[in-house]
Design a protein around this ligand. Structure first.
Ligand SMILES: [Zn+2]
Length: 187
């Protein structure tokens, strides 16, 4: 991780100036995880948080894709490095299938889950959004993301599945309905 930061500083893609932090041309803010978890606890609608983060994740990934002209595998690695550098946790890409447009991620030591405390339901809606948006940009298809396991629920790590709407709806209906589309009535 430190190597990645050193590299960014060396190529002047990470700057601290005029009260701003700029990484790869985007503004970043250091924020206590507690602030975000309090906002999450207050929010009634996890879907809206998810959709907003998905939009941002998609636009950041698309901007990086255009600016860096990276291949998918490099972009994937870059997104992982940015995600971990920003302190969200240790993300592992378990499986990715570009043809089927499906990806599985495990997130160890999620900062949000740790800070959130115990919950009866997965809480990493911001990570879900980033993964959905980032993956949509990389795989050039509108994809969604559900969280099936969560540290906050007592699981060993958080697990995310990114796929097309129909796949999630057919295979993980309850998660899909609660996390992506509360109006989904039929399997
Ligand atoms: Zn989680």
């Amino acid at each position: 991780m430190l190597d990645f930061v050193k590299k960014l500083l060396f190529v002047k893609q990470m700057k601290f100036e005029n009260g701003n932090i700029k990484i790869l041309g985007e503004n970043f803010i250091l924020i206590d995880a507690k602030t975000l978890t309090e906002l999450l606890k207050e929010a009634k609608d996890c879907k809206q948080i998810y959709l907003s983060t998905k939009k941002i994740g998609k636009s950041i990934t698309e901007a990086l894709k255009t600016n860096l002209k990276s291949r998918n595998i490099e972009l994937q690695e870059l997104m992982k490095n940015i995600f971990e550098m920003a302190g969200w946790g240790e993300i592992e890409i378990m499986k990715i299938n570009y043809d089927a447009k499906i990806a599985f991620f495990n997130l160890k030591k999620s900062s949000i889950s740790t800070s959130f405390g115990k919950s009866s339901y997965p809480v990493d809606h911001l990570c879900r959004g980033f993964l959905a948006g980032g993956s949509s940009a990389i795989m050039r298809k509108d994809l969604d993301c559900i969280e099936t396991n969560c540290l906050a629920c007592g699981d060993k790590f958080c697990r995310f599945i990114v796929a097309e709407t129909n796949y999630l709806k057919n295979n993980f209906y309850e998660f899909y309905k609660r996390q992506v589309d509360i109006n989904a009535d039929t399997k």
